[in-house]
Ligand binder design. Structure first.
Ligand SMILES: [Zn+2]
Length: 286
C-alpha cells in the first residue's frame, strides 16, 4: 500500500499546553491526513484535516470561540480536494475514510468526499449524537460538518469482533481488522476523545506506520512519556486513560524503533514525512 502523509491547514497554540514543561511560544499544529492507496480496495483517507467549512461553522458565537482558542491557517492549495487533484484523484474516487475521532480538525472535509464509506468506532460518534448542541464546544465538535447521509455511508467498526494482535504490536493486545484482509488494523487509543482509533498500516516497502491521532500532540511526548499541561485534561474524555495510552505508546516506541509512529499534529513528524515524499516524487504519485 502506498502511504502519503499530508496536512490540510494548521492551528497555532502554546507549546507548553501540548507538552509538560514545553516552551511558552506558539507553535504550529498541522491537521494531518493520510492518503492510502490500497491495491485492492482503492484510495482511502485517514482523517481529513481542516476545510473552508470549519470557518463557515465557526462564524457565529459561541462557536467562534473555537477559532479564537486555536487560530487556524488554511490556504486554497491546502484543501484536501485540491491536494487530491495533485495526485490526479477526484474526491469521489476515495472509497473509505477512517475517522480517528470527531474533533473538527479531523472531519472538516467529510462533506467533500461524496462517495466514501466512513469507518469509525461506534462510541466515537454515539455520545455526540445524543448530547445536546450546547455541549458541542466541550467536545470540539461541529455538527454542521457531518454530511446529511452520514449514517447510510457509515461502516461502523464491529467492536464485538476484536482480533488478538501478535507480539509485534505489544503492548497493544487487541485490534480490529478494518477491511477484513489484515492490511489495516484499528486500535483503541482511549482518553483524548471517546472511541479514538489509531491505525497500523504497512507501506509497499514493508515499513510499518502507526497513526496515533491525538493520543499525543507531539512525538517528543511519546519519546519522553511526557503528558500535556494539566489544563488539557479539561477537553479530554478521560484524563486517566489518556495517561495510560501515552504510557503504552511510549513502551511501543521503545520496543519498536523501526515503526513510524505518527501523531496527527506533530509539525516535525509531519514535515519530515512530507519532505521525504517530495524527495521521492515517484513514490508520491500514482
Ligand atoms: Zn482531537
Amino acid at each position: 500500500m502506498k502511504i502519503n502523509i499530508l496536512h490540510a491547514g494548521y492551528c497555532t497554540a502554546p507549546e507548553h499546553i501540548a507538552i509538560h514543561g514545553g516552551r511558552w511560544r506558539s507553535i504550529h499544529f498541522p491537521a494531518m491526513f493520510a492518503l492510502l492507496q490500497h491495491p485492492r480496495f482503492g484510495l482511502m483517507l485517514f482523517d481529513t484535516g481542516y476545510s473552508q467549512r470549519f470557518f463557515d461553522e465557526t462564524r457565529k458565537f459561541p462557536k467562534r470561540f473555537y477559532r479564537w482558542m486555536t487560530p487556524v491557517s488554511l490556504h486554497e492549495e491546502d484543501l484536501v480536494v485540491n491536494q487530491l487533484t495533485n495526485f490526479g484523484i477526484r474526491p469521489a474516487d476515495i472509497s473509505h475514510v477512517f475517522i480517528s475521532h470527531f474533533h473538527a480538525d479531523h472531519i472538516a472535509s467529510l462533506p467533500d468526499l461524496a462517495r466514501s464509506r466512513y469507518v469509525y468506532m461506534p462510541h466515537a460518534f454515539a455520545h455526540l449524537r445524543t448530547s445536546p448542541p450546547s455541549q458541542d464546544m466541550k467536545h470540539a465538535f461541529l455538527r454542521g460538518l457531518i454530511p446529511s447521509d452520514f449514517d447510510s455511508r457509515s461502516q461502523v467498526v464491529d467492536m464485538t469482533r476484536p482480533i488478538l494482535l501478535s507480539n509485534e504490536y505489544a503492548p497493544f493486545k487487541t485490534g480490529f481488522d478494518l477491511l477484513g484482509d489484515g492490511s489495516i488494523l484499528g486500535v483503541e487509543l482511549p482518553g483524548h476523545a471517546h472511541g479514538q482509533m489509531g491505525l497500523f498500516v504497512r507501506d509497499e516497502n514493508g515499513k510499518l506506520f502507526f497513526f496515533v491521532a491525538d493520543a499525543a500532540w507531539l512525538k517528543q511526548a511519546i519519546i519522553e512519556n511526557r503528558p500535556p499541561h494539566r489544563i488539557a485534561n479539561l477537553i479530554f474524555s478521560d484524563p486517566q486513560a489518556y495517561r495510560e495510552t501515552l504510557g503504552e505508546l511510549h513502551t511501543y516506541h521503545l520496543t519498536h524503533p523501526d515503526t513510524q509512529v505518527i501523531p496527527s499534529h506533530c509539525d516535525e513528524t509531519i514535515r519530515s514525512h512530507e519532505t521525504i515524499q517530495r524527495q521521492n516524487p515517484n513514490a508520491a504519485r500514482r
